[in-house]
Design a protein around this ligand. Structure first.
Ligand code: ADP
Ligand code: MG
Length: 695
C-alpha cells in the first residue's frame, strides 16, 4: 500500500467505526447502537436498516461491491462468503442494495465447516448473526461484517459466540466484587487483551521449492546450518531493508484496518520477527488478531516473501508463539490488576490476584489444553519457552507481598511492617524486566498477566475464553462467600490469606527452562501434560465441563464438539505431515541421493581405471548407500504405519503421537545425514542456510 495519508487520517480509514457512525447515522440510530453495545439492548429493524444503508454507502464510496459476514468457525481461521450488493430493478439494470435483514443475519451454506457433531445433517444450516460490538471493515472490495456463527438451534459453531459469553460472565462476577468494595459507578468490567504475534519471513521462490513448507507450513527435513541463532545477533537487531519495507506496508495496511500495530522487532531466530498491537477489549483483539495473521500473509506475498505462522517452521532454532497479555478493567478505565495507592485499592487488587492464582491452579490442565496443537507440541516442553507445566511468575516484589500475607509476618519493604490487607498501602509493584521471566508460561508484568504458551498460528479465542471463565468462576466463589459477611474486612483478609496459602504451589519465580523445575513441579503436584495427545483428554474432564456449563459459556455438547475437533485436527495434521514426508522421500530425496551415489561410483570407476586414488568417491558413496537403504526401510515403515491408523479418533491421536512421530523422527534423521553428505547441486530443495539467511 502506498499512501500519502498521515497516520491519524490513515488509522481506521477502512473501518466503519464509532466516529463514522456518529457522522453518518441519525442521532436516534447512533444512540440506539450505542445503548445496544454498552447495555446489551436489542436493535429494532428500522435502526438496522438505517445502519445497513449507511454502511453500504460508506463502503460503495470506497469502491466496495460486495458484503460478507465474516466469521470464525471452529477451524481457528476466518471464513467469508461474499454477496454482491446488486439487486436487479428490471430493464436489465441493477441497484446496489443492502438491508438491515442482510446485515443482521446470514445463512451461509456452511455444512462443510467442522461442527464436532453439533449439527445433524437434517439441520445442516448454520446462521451468522451480526456482532455490533465489533466494527465492520473493508477488505479488498468487500464490506466485512463481524458475525457469530451458530446452528439452527442456537448452538455455537464458532469461536466468537463463547468468547462474547465469557466476556459478559466475567464482567457480571467482577461487578459483584466491586460492589463489595463500595464501587457503585462501574457498570461493566472489560477483559483487555494485547496479543504479541511472532512470525518468520522467507523468500517466496525458495518457499515454492519446498513441498513440506507448502503442504504443512514447516520444514520436515533440514540439517542444522553452520550458523543458527547462536550468535544472538538477530534479537532486536537492525532490521534489513526488505524486511523493513514489509513491516512498513504491514503497519500501514493494519492501521487502515484500525489495528493499532505498535511495536515491531526482530526475534531470536534468524528471519523471525514480532508485531505487537496496543491492547484493546478481548472481542476486538481476537477479531483483529485473526485479521493480523491474514494480512501478514497477504502483505508478504506483495513483497516476494512468505510469512510462516507455524509454531516450528525450522528445527534447531526457536519457534513462534503468541503472548496473550490479559487484564480486566472497569468501564470507568480502572485496571483491576493495577496495585493501588490506597488501602482499599490494595485489598481489591489482592483479591483479584488471589482469584487469578486460584483459577490458574484449579484449571491448569484446562489452560494447557487451550494451547495444545500438533504445531505447538514442538515448542512447549521442548527446550524452548515456555515449559508445558503451568505456573505463575509474580516477580520478587509481589512475591514478597504474597509470602508476607501467608506467613502473617513482617513485610520487609521500605515500610517494615506487617501487611494488613486493607490497612497498609502496597508499594507500587514495578514491572519485572529481568530476562528470566521470559521462561514463565504466565507472568505478571506490572498490571496484566502475560500468557505465553499460545502457538503463533492459533486463534487467541480459546485461551481468552478460558481465562475469562476461570476468573468468573473464582470471583463468583469469592462473591458468594463475602456478600453475606457481617465483617467484610476481616473475612476478606482471611479469604486472601487462605487462597494464597492453598494455591502457593502454582507460583514459581525461577527459571522455567531448568530441568529441576520440572521435577519440583511434580513434587508440588502440578500437571505436566507434555503433548497434545496427553493434554486433550483434560478438555472433557467433568470438572472442566462443569465449569463452562455452569457459567453458560458452553453447553456440554459444545464442549465435546470442540474436543472432537481438536482431536481430529491433530490426526489430520500428523497424517498430512507423514504423507508429505513419504512423498518427498520417495520422489525427491531417494532419487537424488541415488543419482549422486551413482555418479560418485562412475567417477571412482574412471579414476580407478586410470590408477588414480578414489577413496573420497567410494567412501562417500558407501556412506550414502548405507543411509539410503535405511531411509528406504524407514520410509516403508512410516507408510505402512500410516496405513494402519486406527479408526477411532482418540486411538488415532494416541497412535500418531506414539507411532507416527517416532517413525517421522527416524526418517528425518536419515534424510538430514544424507543432506550433509550430498553435494549441493544434487540436493533437491533449498537448505536451512538459504531459507534462514536469504531475506
Ligand atoms: P513487553 O511484553 O515486551 O514488556 P508491553 O508490556 O509494552 O511489552 O506490552 C506487550 C503487550 O501487552 C502489548 O500488546 C500491550 O498493548 C499489551 N498490554 C499492555 N498493558 C496491557 C493491559 N493492561 N492489558 C492487556 N494488555 C496489555
Ligand atoms: Mg511480551
Amino acid at each position: 500500500m502506498s499512501t500519502s495519508l498521515q497516520l491519524p487520517e490513515l488509522f481506521g480509514s477502512r473501518v466503519f467505526n464509532e466516529e463514522t457512525m456518529k457522522d453518518r447515522l441519525s442521532p436516534a440510530s447512533y444512540g440506539a447502537w450505542k445503548t445496544c453495545v454498552t447495555q446489551g439492548t436489542a436493535l429494532d429493524i428500522s435502526t438496522a436498516n438505517e445502519i445497513a444503508e449507511a454502511m453500504k454507502q460508506w463502503a460503495v464510496e470506497r469502491g466496495a461491491t460486495h458484503f460478507t459476514h465474516w466469521f470464525q468457525p471452529m477451524t481457528g481461521v476466518t471464513a467469508e462468503k461474499h454477496d454482491g450488493f446488486l439487486t436487479p430493478i428490471g430493464g436489465g439494470r441493477v441497484m446496489m442494495e443492502f438491508s438491515g435483514k442482510e446485515l443482521v443475519r446470514g445463512e451461509p451454506d456452511a455444512s462443510s465447516f467442522p461442527s464436532g457433531g453439533l449439527r445433524a445433517t437434517f439441520e445442516a444450516r448454520g446462521y451468522t448473526a451480526w456482532d455490533p460490538t465489533s466494527f465492520a471493515f473493508l477488505k479488498e472490495g468487500s464490506l466485512c461484517i463481524p458475525t457469530i456463527f451458530c446452528s439452527y438451534s442456537g448452538q455455537a459453531l464458532d469461536k466468537k459466540m463463547p468468547l462474547l459469553r465469557s466476556i459478559e460472565e466475567v464482567s457480571r462476577q467482577a461487578i459483584r466484587i466491586l460492589r463489595l468494595f463500595g464501587d457503585t459507578e462501574s457498570r461493566k468490567v472489560i477483559a483487555q487483551v494485547g496479543p504479541e504475534q511472532e512470525y518468520f519471513l522467507i523468500d517466496k521462490q525458495l518457499y515454492s521449492r519446498r513441498k513440506d513448507l507448502r503442504m504443512t507450513g514447516r520444514t520436515l527435513f533440514g540439517a542444522k546450518p553452520p550458523r543458527g541463532q547462536e550468535l544472538d545477533d538477530h534479537y532486536y537487531g537492525a532490521i534489513k531493508p526488505r524486511v523493513a519495507a514489509y513491516m512498513k506496508d504491514l503497519d500501514e495496511t493494519l492501521w487502515a484496518l484500525g489495528v493499532p500495530s505498535k511495536t515491531k522487532h526482530n526475534e531470536v531466530a534468524p528471519s523471525q520477527h514480532e508485531m505487537a498491537p496496543i491492547y484493546t477489549d478481548a472481542n476486538t483483539a481476537c477479531d483483529q488478531n485473526q485479521l493480523v495473521m491474514e494480512v501478514m500473509k497477504k502483505v508478504a506475498d506483495r513483497h516476494g516473501l512468505v510469512c510462516l505462522l507455524h509454531e516450528k517452521p525450522f528445527s534447531g532454532v526457536n519457534g513462534s508463539g503468541k503472548h496473550d497479555n490479559w487484564s480486566l478493567s472497569t468501564d470507568t478505565g480502572r485496571n483491576l490488576f493495577h496495585p493501588g495507592s490506597t488501602p482499599s485499592q490494595n485489598a481489591r487488587f489482592l483479591l483479584f490476584l488471589a482469584a487469578f492464582i486460584k483459577g490458574v491452579d484449579d484449571y491448569q490442565d484446562f489452560l494447557r489444553t487451550t494451547v495444545a496443537t500438533a504445531g505447538n507440541d514442538h515448542r512447549l516442553g521442548a527446550q524452548e519457552a515456555p515449559p508445558a507445566v503451568l505456573s505463575i511468575f509474580l516477580g520478587d516484589e509481589l512475591n514478597a507481598v504474597v509470602e508476607s500475607i501467608i506467613q502473617g509476618t513482617e513485610y520487609t519493604d521500605t515500610s517494615k511492617k506487617t501487611l494488613k490487607i486493607g490497612v497498609d498501602v502496597l508499594p507500587a509493584i514495578r514491572q519485572d524486566t529481568t530476562d528470566r521471566n521470559r521462561t514463565s508460561p504466565m507472568a505478571f508484568t506490572g498490571n496484566k498477566f502475560e500468557f505465553r504458551m499460545l502457538g503463533s498460528s492459533q486463534s487467541i479465542s480459546g485461551p481468552n475464553i478460558a481465562l475469562n471463565t476461570i476468573m468468573a468462576e473464582e470471583l463468583k466463589q469469592f462473591a458468594d462467600e463475602l456478600e453475606p459477611s457481617a465483617d467484610f474486612q476481616g473475612d476478606l483478609q482471611k479469604l486472601i490469606r487462605r487462597v494464597f496459602t492453598e494455591h502457593q504451589r502454582i507460583i514459581f519465580n525461577g527459571n522455567g527452562y531448568d530441568g529441576n523445575w520440572i521435577a519440583e513441579a511434580e513434587l508440588r503436584g502440578l500437571s505436566n501434560l507434555k503433548s497434545t495427545a496427553d493434554a486433550l483428554p483434560a478438555y472433557i474432564q467433568q470438572k472442566n465441563i462443569d465449569l463452562f456449563v455452569k457459567h453458560g459459556i458452553y453447553t456440554e455438547a459444545e464442549v465435546r464438539a470442540r474436543y472432537e475437533i481438536h482431536v481430529e485436527n491433530y490426526r489430520t495434521v500428523l497424517s498430512i505431515e507423514a504423507s508429505t514426508m513419504i512423498d518427498m522421500i520417495r520422489h525427491e530425496i531417494l532419487p537424488a541421493v541415488s543419482k549422486y551415489a551413482a555418479d560418485l561410483c562412475a567417477r571412482a570407476e574412471r579414476k580407478k581405471s586410470l590408477g588414480i586414488p578414489c577413496a573420497y568417491e567410494t567412501n562417500t558413496a558407501l556412506g550414502i548407500a548405507e543411509i539410503t537403504d535405511n531411509l528406504m526401510e524407514e520410509c516403508r515403515l512410516l507408510a505402512s504405519d500410516l496405513e494402519d491408523m486406527p479408526a477411532g479418533p482418540e486411538e488415532a491421536m494416541r497412535y500418531c503421537h506414539d507411532t507416527l512421530i517416532p517413525d517421522m523422527n527416524d526418517a528425518r534423521t536419515a534424510v538430514d545425514s544424507l543432506e550433509v553428505l550430498t553435494a549441493s547441486e544434487y540436493w533437491p530443495m533449498p537448505v536451512y542456510s538459504e531459507l534462514l539467511f536469504s531475506v
